[in-house]
Design a protein around this ligand. Structure first.
Ligand code: NAI
Length: 243
C-alpha cells in the first residue's frame, strides 16, 4: 500500500459480499472501482453514490480475458494504480456429478477460477511495477470440504486456493501479497436460492447457529488487504462450520 489513499478494484460488486466489501472499503479509499456484470439500475446507483461519491462501476464479464484486461487497464488509466484487488465474482450451477453437464462444469470454472486469473494477471503486472499491492480471492469452505451437488463450484474454489498461494510466492519479492477468504454460509442471493429444507439442515451444522452476513466477510477482506505480514493464507469465516 502507498501513503496515498488506496485505489481498490472489486469484481462482481453489484450485490452480496462484493457490494458489502465496496461499502467497507470506500470510506478509507481514494476510489473503489466496482466491476459489475450488468450495470446497476439508476435509482440504486444514485442512492449508492450519494453515500459513497468515490465509487464507479465498470461493466465486464470477468470470464472473458479481453474484457477483464480492459477492466484493469481502464482502472489504471483513470486512477493511476491499483492498491487492492478483490476477486469476488462467482456463480453456482449445482447438480450431482452423475447429472452435471460439461457445459455447467466449465461455466463455473470459467467465471470463478479463470475469471479470477483474468483479472489478477494484468493487476499483478501493475502491482509488481508499483512494488506494492494486495489481492484477496473469495474462495469457499466448499473448496476444501466438498459438497453434494457442487463438484464444479468446489473445484473452482479449490483452484483459487492454489492460485492464491502461487501468486503469494511470485509477488512476495516485490511486496505484493495475495490471500484468500473462505466464507461458510452467508446470507446473499446465492444462498437465498437454496431450498428451505437444505437451509434448515445447514443451520444445524453451524455452531454459531446462523448464516453469516456479507459485512462479516467484508471485514475479513479488509483485514487481509491491510495486514502487511500476511500472505498465502486462507482465512475461514464460517461460524465454526468446518473447524
Ligand atoms: P451474489 O450472487 O450475490 O454475487 C455474485 C456476484 O458476482 C454478482 O454481483 C454477479 O453479478 C457477479 N458475477 C457473476 N458472474 C460474473 C461475471 N462473469 N463477471 C462479473 N461479475 C460476475 O453472491 P455472493 O454470495 O455475494 O457471492 C460472492 C462471492 O462469494 C462468490 O465468489 C461466491 O462464490 C463466494 N461465496 C459465497 C458464499 C455464500 O454463502 N453466499 C459462501 C462462500 C463463498
Amino acid at each position: 500500500m502507498t501513503n496515498k489513499r488506496p485505489v481498490y478494484l472489486v469484481t462482481g460488486a453489484a450485490k452480496g459480499i462484493g457490494l458489502a466489501t465496496v461499502q467497507r472499503l470506500a470510506p478509507q479509499a481514494e476510489h473503489v472501482v466496482m466491476n459489475v456484470h450488468r450495470p446497476i439500475v439508476t435509482e440504486h446507483w444514485a442512492a449508492l453514490t450519494a453515500i459513497y461519491p468515490n465509487i464507479s462501476q465498470l461493466v465486464a464479464d470477468v470470464g472473458d480475458a479481453k474484457q477483464a484486461e480492459q477492466l484493469v487497464n481502464e482502472t489504471i488509466a483513470r486512477h493511476g494504480r491499483i492498491d487492492g484487488l478483490v476477486n469476488n465474482a462467482g456463480i453456482t450451477r449445482d447438480q450431482l456429478v452423475m447429472r452435471m453437464s460439461t457445459t455447467d462444469f466449465m461455466a463455473v470454472l470459467q467465471t470463478n477460477l479463470v475469471g479470477a486469473f483474468n483479472v489478477l494477471k494484468p493487476t499483478l503486472k501493475q502491482m509488481l511495477r508499483q512494488r506494492s499491492g494486495a489481492i484477496v480471492n473469495v474462495a469457499s469452505v466448499i473448496g476444501s470440504h466438498g459438497n453434494v451437488g457442487q463438484a464444479n463450484y468446489a473445484a473452482s474454489k479449490a483452484g483459487l486456493v492454489g492460485l492464491t498461494k502461487t501468486v503469494a510466492r511470485e509477488g512476495a519479492r516485490r511486496q505484493v501479497r495475495c490471500n484468500a477468504v473462505a466464507p461458510g454460509m452467508i446470507a446473499t442471493a446465492m444462498t437465498d436460492a437454496l431450498p428451505e429444507a437444505i437451509r434448515q439442515q445447514t443451520l444445524t451444522e453451524i455452531p454459531l447457529k446462523r448464516f453469516g452476513q456479507p459485512e462479516e466477510i467484508a471485514t475479513a477482506i479488509d483485514f487481509l488487504l491491510h495486514q502487511p505480514y500476511l500472505t498465502g493464507q486462507v482465512l475461514t469465516v464460517d461460524g465454526g462450520m468446518t473447524m
